[in-house]
Design a protein around this ligand. Structure first.
Ligand code: ZN
Length: 477
């Protein structure tokens, strides 16, 4: 024990020096800021942007020192317990230094290391307390910035934008790795939250009485993403006569309460609270994630549920399987496309005739009944001679007959329900803008990690992933 005493004393002395230098530095900074302001006032070629940037740069070193000091003090106050099992650590030794890139530049933290006999692992308890354990050397704020920027723009751009706006330097490859690491963390958290939702302990589940009964609207759709193939697999596949598959489906879903759907002054529909799900890992994953999301958004208390989508078979199968009590509706515009396909078979390229024929039928479908429309199509079909034309028309008629029970648009409008799946289609479009830029290639793991980050952001659950952001917007907690 005696051996640690001199080290302890010197660290106290060192602390005093540091805290003094922080105060002295603050006074010196104040002086230099005032000098800068005086010069700014008389500078004819400077606007406010110049002084903003100057103050930012001048203050940075003080902010860095304050951050480093805070980190060091907190590390020293951390008891030598295993962060996982809470057991007292053995063979504890201090002075294990490591550098981290923080919001204000590089900081160095000396922390203790100890061995957990129960976990049979070396531990750095301070790293967990400071939020530094799952990173390649970046502070939580920089971890967050990397994750957010990488989920919003290509990594090369993200690295440049980050440095330009904040002075934080994260090279492109590091930013890519850090964002993926945070994405993996987001995936693990998503699994945990989904399990809790299914057990009824969901974050944000309403516990208050539901005064007005509401409907839960669920929509699904897909878009595709291009991925680079596994390393070196292309020649091998080609020798076997196979072409590597680079396009893959991203399964997407959204859910919201009908009573939370309104209109802007301009008449555009808006939804105040909406849940989003997107996964590259197949229909089963979508089914689980969307169900959990719907539960979090109040499916359990809903008077009823409604699934709206285009005609893809997998969607109705998923709906039967996971949302068995829900009503089903075929997207109106999708139904009209099938009507138009009949028109095209009948009138070819004659747009005018097609329009004249289609308009009253679409109107009838929307405001009267699908049964009448299908009857009308069957009459047409009977009048056609056997052949390619009749076959083309029969195909569309069969499609519409199959979905007849999903086309009660008149009743839907009376109840104020949506008749189309526009909400999910716009979501898919937005996702494609980010994930489908020219020349972009992804890996499945990278895709899923970034999609997961994007969904935490959209679902206003960012602060569950990065708790420090509760300070930014407490309502998004
Ligand atoms: Zn342990």
């Amino acid at each position: 024990m005696n051996a640690t005493c001199p080290a302890h004393e010197s660290s106290v002395c060192c602390d005093a020096e540091k805290s003094e230098s922080l105060a002295v530095r603050a006074a010196r900074l104040a002086e230099s800021l005032e000098k800068g302001v005086r010069e700014f006032i008389v500078a004819t070629d400077q606007n406010l942007g110049d002084i903003e940037l100057q103050i930012e740069r001048q203050s940075r070193e003080l902010q860095r020192q304050a951050t480093e000091k805070a980190a060091q003090k907190k590390a020293e106050a951390t008891p030598p317990l295993c962060p996982v099992c809470k057991q007292k650590l053995s063979r504890v030794s201090g002075g294990h230094g490591r550098s981290f890139e923080s919001r204000f530049g590089t900081i160095r933290v000396e922390r203790e290391r100890g061995y957990c006999k129960r976990c049979r692992k070396w531990r750095f308890p301070a790293d967990v307390v400071l939020g530094l354990e799952e990173t390649a050397g970046y502070s939580p704020r920089v971890q967050e910035m990397s994750a957010l920027l990488a989920s919003k723009m290509p990594v090369a751009e993200a690295s440049v934008v980050l440095e330009h706006l904040t002075g934080v330097k994260v090279p492109r490859a590091s930013l890519d790795r850090e964002a993926k690491r945070q994405g993996q963390r987001a995936r693990r958290l998503r699994v945990k939250l989904d399990e809790q939702a299914c057990l009824g302990r969901a974050h944000g589940v309403q516990t208050e009485m539901v005064l007005e009964p509401y409907q839960m609207i669920i929509q699904m759709d897909t878009w595709n993403i291009r991925e680079r193939d596994e390393w070196g697999q292309t020649p091998k596949l080609r020798r076997r006569g196979q072409e590597p598959e680079r396009w893959h489906w991203v399964y997407t879903g959204t859910c919201f309460r009908l009573d939370q759907r309104g209109k802007t002054a301009g008449g555009r529909p808006v939804i105040s609270e909406r849940g989003f799900v997107a996964t590259r890992e197949g229909i089963d994953e979508l089914r689980q994630q969307l169900h959990a999301e719907a539960l979090r958004r109040g499916l359990g208390q809903a008077a009823g549920a409604l699934v709206i989508a285009d005609g893809a078979v997998w969607i109705w199968r998923l709906a039967d399987d996971r949302f068995g009590q829900a009503r089903q509706r075929l997207d109106f515009y999708h139904a009209v496309q099938h009507l138009a396909a009949v028109g095209k078979a009948l009138f070819g390229e004659d747009q005018q005739k097609l329009k004249e024929w289609l308009r009253p039928l679409a109107k009838q479908l929307k405001h009267q009944s699908a049964i009448k429309v299908v009857e009308r199509l069957e009459e047409i079909l009977e009048s056609l001679p056997e052949g390619a034309l009749a076959e083309a028309v029969a195909k569309e008629v069969n499609y519409l007959k199959e979905h007849q029970d999903r086309m009660d648009y008149r009743a839907a409008q009376r109840r104020g329900e949506p008749i189309g799946s526009g909400a999910i289609e716009s979501t898919c479009r937005q996702n494609q803008c980010r994930f489908k830029r020219p020349g972009q290639y992804w890996s499945q793991e990278g895709d899923e990690a970034l999609l997961c980050l994007e969904m935490f952001w959209r679902n206003q659950r960012w602060s569950l992933l990065f708790p420090h952001t509760r300070q930014v917007d407490p309502s998004k907690n």
